[in-house]
Ligand binder design. Structure first.
Ligand code: DQA
Length: 141
């Protein structure tokens, strides 16, 4: 199984950025956790992070032949990027949307996800475990 993981803007700041919301672990901790979890389960998983909308769209397009399953945390783009939404549908990913924090119990603007209905599942508020739950969801088929 192949899984593509894409993280959006400011997720590279994990551990530094509002630790009371996002936790004290670093972005590298997240990447290492995902790579270890995947390799124990014989999954080929690649993880990318970008602070730029166009780069995320380029990645989605460039990886579409190699990957069918996508785990995406678009950061703040979640709430307004119709371009990322269109890229997910154009490239026909089976996508799971993940958020570290609980976007439904924060500021009102975070309650709206413009990608939610083009994803098979939304996981929010479970920290790093949300990504592992997404992998498990794909494994269950
Ligand atoms: C986030 C939630 C978004 O509202 C925020 O802009 C982020 C991170 C999360 O993982 O909780 O950058 O996607």
């Amino acid at each position: 199984m192949n899984i593509l993981v894409i993280n959006g803007p400011n997720l590279n700041m994990l551990g530094i950025r509002e630790p009371e919301i996002y936790g004290s672990k670093s972005y590298n901790d997240l990447v290492n956790l995902l790579l270890d979890y995947a390799s124990e389960r014989k999954i080929h998983l690649e993880v990318y992070q970008s602070n730029h909308e166009g780069e995320i769209i380029d990645l989605l397009q460039d990886k579409r032949d190699a990957f069918h399953r996508l785990i995406i945390n678009p950061g703040a783009y979640t709430h307004y990027s119709y371009a990322i939404r269109d890229a997910i549908t154009s490239c026909r990913y089976d996508a799971i949307e993940v958020h570290l924090s609980d976007i439904h119990h924060r500021e009102d603007f975070r309650k709206i996800s413009v990608i939610q209905d083009v994803c098979v599942k939304q996981i929010s508020g479970k920290g790093f475990d949300g990504y592992l739950e997404a992998i498990d969801h794909f494994l269950k088929g």
